[in-house]
Design a protein around this ligand. Structure first.
Ligand code: SIN
Ligand code: CO
Length: 379
């Protein structure tokens, strides 16, 4: 055992010593792990046009990648092959419990759950990811090797496959059902399947400045805070070709003021709540009256697969609002408990809060149901 193994998981210690700092093996993180899906479920998803999937295979040393939708598994599942499906949490509700133990990281950082099924000897080769990931081992056994960040030569054995030549492992471990390997951004890794195996990758996102600038542009595009440079009372200067540091500072300040605006806070929260949830609007639409009546009659509702709402409490320039997949729903202090109940993702019915639900809450719930983000709970 060394610094890359943690026997008794503790979220505080993990955040202080490992998160975004170094990889770690968490043996038996899940006790008595049971796969919520199997390779047939994955194959079913991979046939869908709106699901991001691929098959990576290696036949006698030659790599091949086929992007989904996959229609001919017999042709593609040859050699040492891996089927990878992105965003499984958005399609299959049953995988949600795999994400729950990682709730010590806020929902806005979570990107999706990717699931792979790999046959004996298979893997996608040594590579580096841009995102942090918890690799949860399902059925089967896999050997994971992880190296230190460095300047590794990139290779493309297939145009759609980015790998690196190799690395010296600082972790070399065989994982079994319920084990987890955490790998921060930039640490090279390679998983080789020992026994036909399912791997659940809990992947995180971290916006770069370009993405933040896109959120800013979204706000400016709506005309909010899109002020124009002005320079009354200009001082004379030595020559017209000189750009003064004062002018550049004024231009930067103009943008900084837009960044500091409440409009940009809203735009950011919209982007942070954006999940790329597939839109399944309800047809025909349900009315506010119907939802109110059903709610009063004790009927329960739940978020659709993968929907993770965010809440901000109206402090320090933040709106008091619920955000769902890029849309803001304002609420008042009196409604806080009900909106928290929505954001919790738990089963929602008339008994979960003491106060009676308000018109605003029922109206929000109705909109969420009509947009396909909440649905009737079926036990
Ligand atoms: C896999 O599940 O085979 C690939 C996961 C990864 O290395 O990112
Ligand atoms: Co990876």
């Amino acid at each position: 055992m060394n610094e890359y193994y943690l026997d008794h998981f503790n979220a505080e210690r993990f955040l202080a010593e490992y998160w975004q700092q170094k990889p770690v093996v968490l043996k038996r993180f899940f006790e008595a792990f049971e796969d919520p899906i199997d390779e047939n479920d994955l194959a079913g998803l991979a046939q869908e046009a709106d699901v991001d999937s691929r098959i990576v295979n290696n036949i006698s040393g030659n790599w091949h990648v086929e992007q989904g939708p996959i229609d001919d598994f017999e042709r593609l599942c040859k050699g040492k092959w891996t089927l990878l499906v992105q965003g499984v949490d958005k399609y299959i509700q049953d995988v949600a419990p795999i994400l729950t133990p990682f709730s010590f990281i806020p929902h806005w950082r979570l990107d999706d759950l990717m699931v792979s099924y790999a046959t004996e000897g298979a893997g996608v080769g040594a590579h580096i990811d841009q995102y942090d990931v918890f690799l949860v081992q399902g059925k089967g056994k896999r050997r994971w090797r992880v190296g230190k960040p460095g300047n590794y030569e990139e290779v493309f054995p297939h145009p759609k496959l980015r790998q690196i030549e190799g690395f010296d492992p600082i972790i070399d471990v065989v994982v079994e059902p319920g084990d987890v390997v955490y790998i921060p951004t930039g640490w090279p890794h390679d998983g080789q399947t020992i026994e036909d195996s399912l791997t659940y990758s809990v992947g995180y996102r971290a916006p770069d400045n370009l993405q933040l600038a896109e959120s800013l542009a979204m706000m400016l595009d709506k005309g909010e805070h899109n002020i124009r440079f002005s320079d009354p009372n200009r001082a004379t200067q030595s020559a017209p070709f000189v750009v003064s540091p004062h002018d550049v500072a004024a231009l930067k300040l103009q943008l900084i003021e837009a960044i500091n605006s409440e409009g940009f806070t809203r735009s950011l929260l919209e982007a942070m709540s954006e999940q790329g949830i597939p839109e399944y609007p309800l047809e025909p639409e349900v009315s506010l009256e119907q939802v109110s009546n059903e709610f009063a009659a004790g009927i329960s509702f739940v978020p659709a697969a993968g929907v993770r709402a965010l809440v901000s409490y109206g402090k320090q320039g933040m709106p008091k609002a619920l955000f769902v997949n890029g849309t803001q729903f304002d609420f008042s202090s009196a409604d806080r408990e009900w909106f928290e109940a929505l954001a919790s993702g738990d089963v929602l019915n008339a008994t979960v809060c003491e106060e009676a639900p308000s018109f605003t809450f029922l109206e929000t719930l109705t909109t969420l149901i009509n947009n396909g983000y909440w649905e009737w709970f079926e036990e």
